[in-house]
Design a protein around this ligand. Sequence first.
Ligand code: PMP
Length: 305
Amino acid sequence: MPITPTRKVWMDGEFVDWDDATVHVLTPTLHYGWGVFEGIRAYETPNGSGVFRLTDHMRRLYRSAKIYYMQPPIPLDDSIGVVKELVRINGVPTCYVRPLVFLGYGEIGLNPLPSKVRMAIACWPWGAYLGEEAFETGVRVKVSSWRRLDPNVIPPAAKGTGQYINSSMAKVESLKAGYDEAILLNTNGFVADGTGENLFVVRDGVLLTPPLSAGCLGGITRDSVITLARDLDIPVREENLVRTDLYTADEAFFTGTAAEVVPIREIDDRALDVPGPVARQLMQAFNKAARGLDDRYKDWVELIA
Ligand code: PMP
């Protein structure tokens, strides 16, 4: 997806011009993938721009950094103010926010510890990741031949930059085969998640999603949808799913910051109900909550001013 430049990017303590937010080609993260990042969305609300679950996203960023022995250059609490200020300065009330913690230029080698830890945050306006029409028509999905990273190979609990080549390989494979998105199974054959989304299926009115132990990311949208479902008296269970559970589901949908809540129309050419009644209900509930239109979830909406 093309990036629309905004005015400023925050880098290591200052707001620099968009075009000056650059690094040297020998930046170690570029070579070995040792970095962590987040993806966050801000939405326009009746009270101005609100960043959806900003604190939870930044907590996850700092947890990811800890897994990779990195201490971000500013405290977590300060990073929250920086994101709000960045969205304000750039004048983009509805946008995608991308924080990145990475290793700075100066050292090179497989020991990341001597490198200086750097941090950057950018934001820009970004549309529907899987296409606007996907919310109505749903996406076509292929179960990937690539397996999700095993927790003892590379920890899927972190959003490490390098580990996304696993997701990208699955994404490209699915696109080249004519699908919109992929689902990855773990090395035991259980469903993990999409390339940048968590997965839910509906069977007999029950919402099912893989547990974190299946190797999926602890998605913030996933967590939000579980809460919304419980509040709507929709039974939810976290349980291991196998491939045929996907084929026999009544409905299925993805959740993610970039993708939001998106119904799935087909999995490996088996048709599903689109958007099914449960997905529709949860899409509506999520869209209202994220836009500050439901007071019960106002804590999720972190206003920039
Ligand atoms: N799984 C993977 C592999 C992801 O990259 C993402 C996006 N961060 C998700 C799930 C969804 O997580 P979230 O709802 O927090 O964006």
